[in-house]
Each structure stands twice: as C-alpha cells, then as structure tokens.
Write a protein that binds this ligand. Structure first.
Ligand SMILES: NC(=O)c1ccc[n+]([C@@H]2O[C@H](COP(=O)([O-])OP(=O)(O)OC[C@H]3O[C@@H](n4cnc5c(N)ncnc54)[C@H](OP(=O)(O)O)[C@@H]3O)[C@@H](O)[C@H]2O)c1
Length: 302
C-alpha cells in the first residue's frame, strides 16, 4: 500500500474545501496588503491610458521607483512629471516592446541606471480593429508582436533576476476579450487570448518559485483612447470602466497576490455562461448586446 499517495488523496478534497472557504472569506474580510516600499515597478505603455494611471497608483501606494516604457517620449515625460509631483522617483525610456532587441537593450540600461525590476507590468497594447479580410498582413503581425510576444521578451529580460532575488511579480493587463471575442478586432482578440495562455502557463511554472508570482487583469471596456469611437448598444447598462479604477484594483490585486482579476466582477458570469449555454443562445446575446456590430465604426489604435 502506498501510504503517501493515500494520504494525499484524502487530503486533496479537504484542501479544496479549505481554499474555497479561504477565497470566499477574503472577499469580506480585510486582507493583509503587501508593502511596496522596496519595490521597483516597470510599466510598459506607461505614458498614457491605463498605464499612466497605473504608474500614479503604484507611486501613491508607496512603490520605491517607477519606470515607464513606451514609444512616445512626450507622453512618458508627462507621466514622469506627474509622478515626480507625488514625490516619487520615476524614470522613463523609449522602448518598443514589439522589438525584441530593443527590449533586451533597454532592460540592460534599466538594470544599470535604475536597478533590479521587482514588479513588471505588461500593459502596452495596440488594436488594428478590422475584419480579417480587410486587414493588412503587417498590421496583423504588429498586434501579435506588441500584445503577445512583447510579454515573452520583457518576462525573459526581468524574470531571471526576480527568481534569483526570490522577489518578483509579473502583471498582465489583459482583457475580457481574451475569453469572449468580438468580430472586427480579430487581431486584438487573438493576441489577448494568447496572452492569457502565456500568463496561465507562466503562473503554473512559477508555483515552486518562492517570492515570485503573477497577476492577470481582465478588464471590460475602459474609457481610454484605445477603443474610442466604438459604438456600444446599451451604454447605460454596460458603462465603460474608468482607467483609474482599473489601475487601483490592479495595484490592490498585486498587493493581495491575486492571480486573476475580472473587472467588473460580473464578468465571472461571462465565463460561466460560455461554458454551458448553447451556441445559438450565445450568438443571440452577442446580437442583443451589440458586441456583434460594436466595432463597425471603430478606426483602430496602433
Ligand atoms: N481601453 C479598453 O477598453 C481596454 C479594455 C480591456 C483591456 N485593455 C488593455 O489595457 C491596456 C492599456 O490599454 P489602454 O486602454 O490604456 O490603451 P491606450 O490608451 O491606447 O494605451 C496603450 C499604451 O500602450 C503603449 N504602447 C503601444 N504600443 C507599444 C509598443 N510597441 N511598445 C511600448 N508601448 C506601447 C502606448 O504608448 P505609445 O503609443 O506611446 O507607445 C500607450 O501608452 C492594454 O493592454 C489593453 O489591451 C484596455
């Protein structure tokens, strides 16, 4: 008789019940927040949109240093000045995360000039916003290079040192579209679904690595320039999130070491519904909610 295996088999359902109760209680009971005062946070796409709010939120919640990456120096400089006004150290570097060599080069510069990054936030993304047959091949590739592969390069650049220090956190600002796609943004939805798989694989790969973990954030439509012009059928029923809310909840999720964050929490229903309702009913939900045609007037953001 393999007593060890038998012990694990008995323990397994008890552990499951324990984790479910613990997670349920954490919703109502106050949780201990991780202290950010020693942390160096790097945010890709930190110049504007959600990235800018994330930079300010990490600074407000006590991060030691904030580093911004992006392609537009003007936006990076503006955000950096806002962080300085909060009395925090901020550095910015022009870096296109879709360019592997540039990522590795700038990661080296960051290590030399600022120090070891302990929280990496993969936030940068673009959306071509066209149907497949109307899409230019290079634009389709560009979305995958920035939204998905960019995370491979940034993680490869910073994760080894996090593992050495036994202190690190990789955050991905993903999207609910990674779990429920819409037409008219096939490049974006594909990149976000790959990115979700990337983060899930990374998270499981880090299970035995003490001090290093991940957070994947799945926001609903958020009020930034990214999807400006998108026509929503029931704007009052499904109002866009505020970027500052996404930023605040993301920093809280890092501080409570939450693996997956749905924003708003009602997005859990989407996952549950998709797992059992018939395809025709799902199609009707898309038609009724307007997600089927919402990208018709959208111009893209590259
Ligand atoms: N807005 C929404 O409805 C929504 C909903 C769910 C999830 N999200 C996700 O939230 C994240 C932030 O989006 P957002 O709404 O803040 O969009 P945004 O306002 O368009 O900002 C995108 C950011 O990414 C940067 N960026 C784009 N390509 C880059 C590249 N190659 N290298 C480095 N930086 C790059 C942009 O700066 P530069 O152009 O200067 O490089 C900008 O700072 C994205 O991952 C997006 O998919 C957004």
């Amino acid at each position: 008789m393999d007593w060890k295996a038998l012990g694990s088999a008995i323990l397994f359902p008890i552990q499951m019940v324990y984790f479910i109760i613990k997670a349920s209680l954490s919703v109502i009971l106050p949780t201990r927040l991780r202290d950010l005062s020693g942390e160096v946070v790097l945010i890709t796409g930190g110049g504007r949109g959600i990235g800018r709010h994330l930079a300010k939120e990490f600074a407000k919640q006590g991060a030691k240093k904030v580093i911004l990456w992006g392609r537009t120096e003007k936006c990076l400089k503006e955000t950096s000045e806002e962080i300085a006004l909060l009395g925090k150290e901020c550095h910015y570097f022009v870096c296109d995360v879709g360019n592997r060599e540039e990522v590795y080069k700038q990661a080296k510069v960051v290590r030399e000039k600022v120090g070891d990054v302990t929280i990496l936030v993969n936030n940068a993304a673009v959306v071509h916003g066209k149907r497949l047959i109307d899409s230019d091949d290079d634009a389709l590739l560009k979305t995958q290079h920035i939204n998905t592969l960019g995370q491979f390069w940034t993680a490869k650049a910073f994760l080894p040192r996090m593992l050495e220090l036994q202190n690190g956190h990789v955050v991905c600002i993903n999207s609910v579209l990674s779990l429920s796609s819409i037409p008219g943004a096939i490049d974006y939805c594909t990149s976000k679904a790959s990115s979700f798989a990337f983060m899930e694989s990374l998270m499981l790969g880090l299970l035995d690595c003490p001090g290093v973990s991940t957070t994947t954030v799945l926001p609903f439509h958020t009020n930034t320039e990214m999807f400006q012009g998108m026509r929503v059928r029931f704007p009052n029923l499904f109002p866009p999130l505020k970027p500052e809310t996404v930023a605040r909840r993301t920093v809280e999720a890092v501080r409570t070491n939450t693996a997956i964050l749905y924003l708003p929490w009602t997005m859990h229903a989407l996952v549950i519904l998709k797992s059992f309702i018939p395809q025709q009913a799902l199609e009707e939900i898309h038609r009724f909610s307007g997600s089927y045609t919402c990208m018709n007037t959208f111009k893209g953001r590259t």
